[in-house]
Design a protein around this ligand. Structure first.
Ligand SMILES: [Zn+2]
Length: 668
């Protein structure tokens, strides 16, 4: 054997030894076509279903194999890569590393596919074993047990890569003060050779520190394993989700996500009636005639000064939905209204939305002789009586006139009607007011608010679209902490706990919030968690409260401080909160809904080949959501979309075919 051959032999051995380490970074080798779609293999368990939900709300197309279906497709070369140069999936999600219901031949075929195309695999929830690169938990090493309210930490490697949008702490959903629900379970274990920790934590009591998520590299494959439980409402998943999607797809995929928060404050300039604690009733609605009505609630000039100061400190803008008639009524007494003066002086500090002149209900004409009220009907004919076109237009236009007179910077094409009136809402209004669509068009309204608890999707009303808004559960008739706790407990607890018991119907009863402390230690965390749940799930729908929440005890601020503060302690400045206007929220919701239909109908094909993303749309031009790496470029060669999180993303109009330049992560 010549010396030359010997050296070559040594080099070959070296290459073979390094191969398992090097191969995973060799993504999308030359000439390979990787289709932009994720394979989700589900057994119906909560974690894998939660990942499926994350992919779907991000806009990532998936193909689902349900292991519970007897007639399901086999996972084989026909499914994965019918053409040896084409991968039908860019990533694979499994319930665990070897789920029950997948036969050995299927795992072998899947692993060979992943190795050949450098396709990554995400295991939704695993137990620490050598098979996932973690030492099994024993009496003396590791921790296996509950972790509710615990905080894990992203590793330096994670923060330098796909999780660079995060600050590091990953909070685990705590035991909800309102329920008896069990918190998440974790395994914290010692990493074995080939396992790179992404998430570490110290067990409760400080007994052990180890890994609970990371990447196992074996034989040219990469598998990201999560050794904890969660569902789609879990904070730990919501904080990790952008990084998990980024890792799985190497930062290049259809779809994108943002963190949105807009808060509308309704009824500004009007007074609101006040809840009566102890009697549990609202004057003018359901209080017995013997109960004297307490004073009305209305913001003061001091409340405006506080709001301005809070906004400047927080860097967050509230949107005020106002009713001009409230100002006129207040001036009628003394000739001036300090609230109007203060708001007009600070007009540039807020967003402003037309909430109609006098908050008239714009649905049917109400017959209040019955409880609950019903729609008045024409005698003999029996037709429902509705607010007229003239009434609707005058309620819109008079308030636009008020804004013009005072220089309030509104967009007159945006409207919130009183009680979302005019739109269908059961039981009384199965259909929209038939005059509504034309009246909106005549007044130039293009975006009208709806209630997300009545209808979650945006829909057209004539030429306008609805923007469903999420109610924050601080009610319009409460301004003090005492009133808020009393009203909250009445609505959310069982009869045995002193509530009205309506929550018993769907098993949604909470434990009562304690008098005095219950606002801070119960209502604020429960409601902030709900708001965060929308902020962390690509949901552009605005939230809404009412002006009493800015008055007296100013109950909105602790809740927003908690939600915004938590967000900013978990996410870095590369992933800022976005506050959409109503128009922007409506556009984004419409695009998301149309994209979901496009994906379901299979009207878009996309793949990546040699660093180029090709998107093909069947039929007419389609708006396609797309995430490329930080160096991603559009068809004209300019930087694509906007930078957000760890990549560049945005909507791309695609006619027949468009080409984009991607920057694939994890490539040598
Ligand atoms: Zn209102």
């Amino acid at each position: 054997m010549s010396r030359h051959r010997l050296l070559l032999g040594r080099a070959l051995v070296l290459v073979l030894l390094l191969a398992p380490l090097l191969a995973p970074s060799r993504a999308n080798a030359a000439g390979q076509r990787i289709e932009l779609r994720v394979l989700v293999v589900t057994d119906g368990s909560a974690p894998v279903e939660a990942l499926r939900t994350v992919l779907s709300r991000t806009g990532v197309p998936t193909e689902v194999v349900d292991l519970r279906e007897p007639s399901r497709r086999p996972i084989d070369a026909t499914l994965l890569a019918p053409d040896p140069a084409v991968a039908r999936f860019q990533g694979v999600v499994l319930p665990s590393q070897a789920p029950v219901g997948m036969v050995a031949a299927e795992l072998t075929a899947l692993h060979a596919f992943e190795q050949r195309f450098a396709v990554r695999q995400l295991d939704a929830s695993v137990v620490a074993t050598a098979a996932v690169g973690l030492a099994p938990v024993t009496d003396t090493s590791g921790y296996s047990g509950p972790f509710g309210g615990g905080v894990a930490q992203l590793s330096a490697e994670a923060l330098a890569g796909d999780f660079a949008y995060a600050r590091g702490p990953v909070p685990f959903t705590g035991d909800d003060p309102g329920s008896d629900g069990a918190g998440p379970w974790v395994e914290i274990a010692r990493p074995l050779a080939g396992f790179r920790p992404l998430l570490t934590a110290t067990a409760p009591g400080g007994r052990y520190t180890g890994a609970l998520a990371g990447v196992l590299s074996t034989r040219g494959r990469e598998e990201l394993v999560l050794a904890f439980s969660y569902d789609d409402d879990s904070t730990q998943l919501q904080v990790l989700a952008p990084g998990l999607v980024g890792w799985l797809t190497r930062g290049v995929h259809l779809g994108f996500d943002r963190s949105y928060l807009a808060v509308h404050v309704d009824d500004v300039l009007l007074p609101n009636v006040r809840w009566v604690p102890g009697v549990h009733c609202t004057p003018g609605a359901d209080c017995p005639p013997s109960v004297p009505a307490p004073p009305l609630i209305r913001m003061t000039a001091d409340d405006v000064a506080f709001a301005v100061d809070w906004q400047r400190r927080t860097g967050f803008r509230l949107d005020l939905a106002f009713n001009g008639s409230g100002s006129v009524a207040a001036e009628a007494g003394s000739g001036t209204d300090p609230l109007t003066t203060a708001l007009v002086a600070a007009k540039g500090e807020f967003g402003w939305i037309n909430h109609t002149w006098s908050h008239l209900y714009l649905g049917c004409v109400r017959d209040t002789t019955t409880t609950p009220w019903s729609c008045a009907r024409l005698p003999i004919l029996g037709w429902t009586r509705y607010a007229s076109s003239w009434t609707i237009q005058s309620e819109i236009d008079r308030n636009v006139g008020f804004a013009r007179r005072h220089g309030l910077p509104i967009d007159p094409s945006e409207l919130v009607t009183g009680e979302h009136g005019g739109l269908r809402a059961l039981p009384q209004m199965p259909d929209d007011n038939p005059r509504l669509a034309d009246a909106l068009a005549a007044s130039g309204v293009r975006t009208v608010a709806a209630d997300s608890s009545v209808e979650l999707d945006s829909r057209p009303v004539g030429a306008a679209v609805t923007v469903p808004r999420h109610p924050i559960d601080l009610d319009f008739d409460t301004a003090t902490v005492t009133e808020t706790i009393d009203q909250y407990n009445w609505v959310h607890t069982s009869r045995a706990d002193g509530g009205d018991g309506e929550c018993e119907a769907d098993g949604g009863c909470q434990k009562p919030a304690a008098p005095g402390t219950g606002f801070a230690d119960h209502i604020v965390p429960v409601e902030a968690h709900k708001v965060l749940g929308h902020m962390l799930t690509n949901d552009p729908r605005p939230h809404y409260v009412h002006q009493p929440q800015l008055s007296e005890d100013r109950t909105l601020y602790p809740l927003l401080d908690r939600a915004i503060g938590d967000y900013r302690s978990w996410f870095g400045e590369v992933r800022p909160l976005i506050t959409p206007t109503m128009t922007q929220a409506g556009q984004e919701l419409g695009r998301q809904q149309r994209w979901a239909q496009t994906v379901a109908a299979g009207r878009v094909q996309a793949w990546i080949e040699d660093g180029t993303v090709v998107v093909r749309a069947a039929g007419d031009a389609t708006e396609v959501p797309l995430t490329l790496g930080p160096g991603g470029r559009g068809p004209d060669g300019t930087p694509f979309g906007v930078p957000y999180g760890t990549g560049r993303s945005g909507w791309a109009p695609v006619g027949t075919e468009q080409r984009f330049t991607a920057e694939v992560r994890g490539q040598a």
